[in-house]
Design a protein around this ligand. Structure first.
Ligand SMILES: CC(C)(COP(=O)(O)OP(=O)(O)OC[C@H]1O[C@@H](n2cnc3c(N)ncnc32)[C@H](O)[C@@H]1OP(=O)(O)O)[C@@H](O)C(=O)NCCC(=O)NCCS
Length: 168
């Protein structure tokens, strides 16, 4: 059985594992290895994830994890970006566990948290051409709004982020 709960420090290694593997599997055909490594090094390491599990606020609601038999199989989190606007900042699964409803469960818990904080709309940024992510958000009612330069791009890197929004 899969359970979704707020992450604690005992889940830090599982979050790093799932996010790193999920990130590589999602972006290996869309971005250079150098770019993927840079993002994973920035976000998914012990010191940062430990802090992100321990310190939460309106702007970062902490990680939620999907757990099966004690193993983290998915992780995600978000926060408020304006008084009534929330954003999903991260959502990754064990790459072998897609399309079983785990992403839906994580999104539902994160959304519940954001509703209690007063959100009426929810945003997400997805890299252009990410066909492992975009159809999921479309199925959940997100609608394309704008495009912007990809997060953490340097020099001439061509990565573009698409911003999607839904009412919640
Ligand atoms: C995005 C992700 C978290 C979704 O989680 P998931 O557990 O695979 O999705 P679910 O099984 O809950 O699917 C929910 C719905 O999305 C649809 N869906 C999901 N992925 C899809 C795809 N690639 N193509 C078409 N539909 C898709 C499902 O059909 C389902 O539709 P329904 O609710 O109408 O039945 C997961 O696939 C993933 O880790 N993707 C790679 C990482 C990624 O891109 N993360 C987002 C970065 S912003």
């Amino acid at each position: 059985m899969i359970q979704v709960q707020k992450a604690t420090k005992q889940h830090v290694a599982g979050i790093i594992s799932v996010c790193t593997r999920g990130y590589w599997s999602t972006y290996k055909e869309l971005a250079s290895a150098e770019y993927i490594q840079r993002i994973c090094d920035e976000f998914y390491h012990e010191a940062r994830v430990s802090k992100e599990v321990a310190e939460t606020s309106n702007h970062w609601g902490g990680y939620f994890v999907a757990i099966e038999n004690g193993t983290v199989v998915g992780a995600g989190g978000g926060g408020m970006i304006a008084e009534q606007s929330a954003e999903l900042f991260v959502l990754y699964l064990d790459p072998d566990r897609r399309n079983e409803g785990i992403g839906s469960k994580l999104l539902a818990e994160i959304t519940k948290q954001q509703l209690t904080l007063g959100a009426t709309e929810q945003w997400v940024s997805v890299q252009q051409h990410n066909e492992k992510g975009i159809p999921f958000y479309k199925a959940k009612g997100f609608i394309y709004q704008t495009k912007q330069r990809g997060y953490a791009t340097i020099e001439n890197e061509p990565y573009v982020s698409l911003r999607y929004k839904r009412n919640i």
